[in-house]
Write a protein that binds this ligand. Structure first.
Ligand code: SAM
Length: 190
């Protein structure tokens, strides 16, 4: 919490996500059959722990966190997960250095609504180009920030990028209350 407070401008929140929110978001996601899973903005590793527990033993799983202290804490909390301290902007390079595989599932708790539009575009491009066809992108959104200008611009970008975007109900057992977008990368019919 202290680290999140110190870095509010990049974390976008002052407390880690709740375990309840992680379980809710991942309830219907087929983690068992994924070959590669990527988590963006893992913080202290709350979602990481749930993913680690639900995934197949053979699944490759990489969690990315920009903040050095949080990345260290996530690693301590999840000793079996590969935690990379870097920005999600560098996803292509990170995957290149780790078996060079695209992901079947990308899960993000990045604070999109505090990112400038350029950064939103940059990271979303990285997400899209590093997802397999039929791959799934799941991302958190907060009820309050979602209504701000940058929150709205993120949603517009998301819809322009993905053929299918679904929104969940609100999760009040999380601070701040949130919901999730499920986005599918459908094959392009030529
Ligand atoms: C809302 S918090 C979620 C934290 C995590 N889910 C947890 O429960 O601890 C967002 C996280 O994204 C990280 N972050 C912000 N910008 C990032 C970036 N460009 N690349 C990777 N992580 C980033 C922040 O440092 C923060 O830990």
């Amino acid at each position: 919490m202290v680290e999140s407070l110190k870095n509010y401008k990049t974390s976008g929140t002052i407390v880690p996500c709740s375990k309840y929110a992680a379980q809710f978001a991942l309830k219907n996601v087929d983690l068992k059959n994924a070959k590669t899973i990527v988590e963006l903005g893992c913080g202290t590793g709350v979602f990481t722990k749930v993913i680690e527990k639900k995934k197949n033993q053979r699944t490759r799983f990489i969690a990315i966190e920009i903040n050095e202290e949080l990345a260290k804490e996530a690693q301590k909390n999840n000793p079996n997960t590969k935690i990379v301290q870097d920005s999600a902007e560098n996803l292509s390079q990170i995957l290149k250095e780790n078996e060079n595989e695209k992901a079947d599932i990308i899960i993000s708790t990045l604070p999109w609504a505090i990112f400038e539009k350029e950064l939103q575009i940059k990271i979303l491009n990285e997400v899209y180009s590093n997802l397999e066809e039929n791959g799934e992108f799941i991302t958190i959104s907060y009820i309050i920030t979602n209504r701000l200008k940058k929150g709205k611009s993120f949603y517009t970008l998301l819809k322009s990028k993905f053929n299918k975007v679904k929104k969940t109900r609100f999760v009040v057992k999380n601070l701040p209350p949130s919901f999730f977008y499920y986005c599918k990368k459908l094959p392009i019919n030529l």
